[in-house]
Structure formats: structure tokens, C-alpha cells
Design a protein around this ligand. Structure first.
Ligand SMILES: CC(C)(COP(=O)(O)OP(=O)(O)OC[C@H]1O[C@@H](n2cnc3c(N)ncnc32)[C@H](O)[C@@H]1OP(=O)(O)O)[C@@H](O)C(=O)NCCC(=O)NCCS
Length: 219
């Protein structure tokens, strides 16, 4: 399947907080959305473990070269009032990106045990809960995987998770990723390489723990 040409995957930062919160609210049931405080905490303590899948829009001059079909639409939308008069494509030090729209994300922290704690959406302060980020841990706990409804089932979730595993492995950020998912999502994660942590164990609501080892590629 063809991916959008203006797709970009990058670590999230605290400046992405609003879009992250909006994406969770749009795709997750209310009781599985983390509060703004928790999202802020995760993006602050472990930005290198949080990645975002964005659609980028460029200043018109760049769209004309890279994405002519997008250029036409944006030129119409932004006619007269976008910075395009101010930014020249060959001006050093100026970004050609005018907008990044978050369409997918993975949020994680380093966790203390070998499984995602049951109170992971209730965590507030590191140290007061098992769910706080522990920089010394080698186990990365994914708390949220989301792809916006508009872009669902176009392989973007799979692409984002493969990219996530590859980057974390090669950056030697941990030994293992763990997550909790609904039974009907087990095949989705299994196709990516995750295995069930304890086949006999089912959590409340029929959810299961899954894991994958992070193995750096030989160069
Ligand atoms: C789960 C999610 C991240 C997948 O992203 P995506 O970009 O749609 O995934 P891909 O296109 O790479 O893969 C699609 C596959 O995921 C699985 N899948 C996606 N949504 C599913 C669902 N609601 N139930 C069961 N399987 C699902 C299917 O195997 C599907 O393959 P199919 O289209 O051939 O049936 C996305 O659907 C999402 O954000 N869902 C809401 C939030 C959520 O449930 N997150 C996961 C928490 S564990």
C-alpha cells in the first residue's frame, strides 16, 4: 500500500501535547485516555520513547517541487495569509514545514516491573506509583498506540510500530518492550513480532500482556 508522501515519524516533545491529547480523545474510549497531566509527564520524562507519525505541509515553494498535488490545495487554502512571502526556499536556517498534523502516536516510559502496572492511566508522580518512569529500567512499557480514524487500516500503525522497534533497538534504549492489549488485537501485534508474555494469564476485561525483545541490528 502507498503511504502519503509527506509522512514523517519523529520523537514527540512537550510541544506536541495538545495534538497527543486530542488524538487519544478521538480514538480511545474515555476510560483509557490518560489525563493531560499524565501525557505531560510522559512527554517530559521520556520523549525519546514517545514517537509521533505526522503529515507535514510545506511552504508552497517546496510543495511545488515535492508534492505538486498538495501545493495546489494549500495554495488555495492559504492564499495571501501564509508566511510564504516571508520564507524563501533557499534561505538557510528556516524550516520549510508550515504544519505538522499528528495522525499516530506511541507513548511509553521505562517501567519498574516486567508488566504494565494496572494503575498506568492513574499515575501522577514518579515515586508514588509503580507506574512512574524509571530511567534505570531496561523494560519499555507502551501505554498508548493510536492512529487517527481517518488513517486507520492503511498500515500506518504497523509502519509506526516497526519503525519504533527498530529505532529503540539500535539506540540501545532498553532490552524489551511490553504492552497490554485486547484479545482481538493479539494478531495485529503478533504480526509485528510480539509474543504473549504469559499465555495462561488474562487480565481484567480479557486483556493480555505482550512483549518483544529489542535486538540491535548487526551493521
Ligand atoms: C490499533 C490501531 C493503532 C491500528 O492502527 P492501523 O493503522 O489501523 O493498523 P494497520 O493498518 O497497520 O493494521 C490494521 C490491522 O490491525 C488490526 N486491527 C485494527 N483495528 C482493529 C480492531 N479494532 N480490532 C481488531 N483488529 C484491529 C487488524 O488486524 C487490521 O488488519 P485488517 O485491516 O487486515 O483487518 C488503530 O486502529 C487505533 O488507533 N485503534 C484505536 C486505539 C487502540 O485500540 N489502540 C490499541 C490499543 S492496544
Amino acid at each position: 500500500m502507498d503511504f502519503p508522501a509527506n509522512l514523517c515519524i519523529r520523537p514527540l516533545t512537550i510541544s506536541d501535547l495538545i495534538q497527543v491529547e486530542e488524538l487519544e480523545a478521538a480514538v480511545l474510549p474515555e476510560d483509557r485516555c490518560a489525563s493531560k497531566e499524565i501525557l505531560r509527564y510522559r512527554l517530559t520524562v521520556a520523549p525519546e520513547l514517545c514517537c509521533g507519525l505526522f503529515l507535514r505541509e510545506y511552504i508552497p515553494e517546496f510543495n511545488q517541487v515535492n508534492l505538486p498535488e498538495v501545493a495546489e490545495r494549500i495554495n488555495k487554502e492559504h492564499h495571501d495569509h501564509v508566511h510564504h512571502a516571508a520564507i524563501q526556499p533557499d534561505e538557510p536556517g528556516k524550516s520549510s514545514v508550515v504544519r505538522e498534523t499528528l495522525v499516530g502516536h506511541v507513548l511509553a516510559t521505562k517501567i519498574r516491573g516486567s508488566k504494565i502496572p494496572a494503575d498506568s492511566t492513574e499515575l501522577l508522580v514518579e515515586g508514588k506509583s509503580q507506574a512512574g518512569h524509571d530511567e534505570r529500567s531496561r523494560i519499555i512499557g507502551i501505554h498508548s498506540v493510536c492512529v487517527s480514524s481517518e488513517w486507520k487500516r492503511r498500515n500506518l500503525g504497523t509502519l509506526m510500530l516497526h519503525d519504533y522497534i527498530q529505532k529503540l533497538s539500535n539506540q540501545d534504549l532498553g532490552d524489551q518492550i511490553v504492552l497490554v492489549c485486547d484479545l482481538d488485537m493479539v494478531n495485529f501485534y503478533a504480526k509485528i513480532g510480539y509474543v504473549q508474555l504469559d499465555e495462561s494469564e488474562q487480565l481484567e476485561g480479557g486483556r493480555v500482556n505482550m512483549t518483544i525483545d529489542l535486538i540491535p541490528e548487526e551493521i
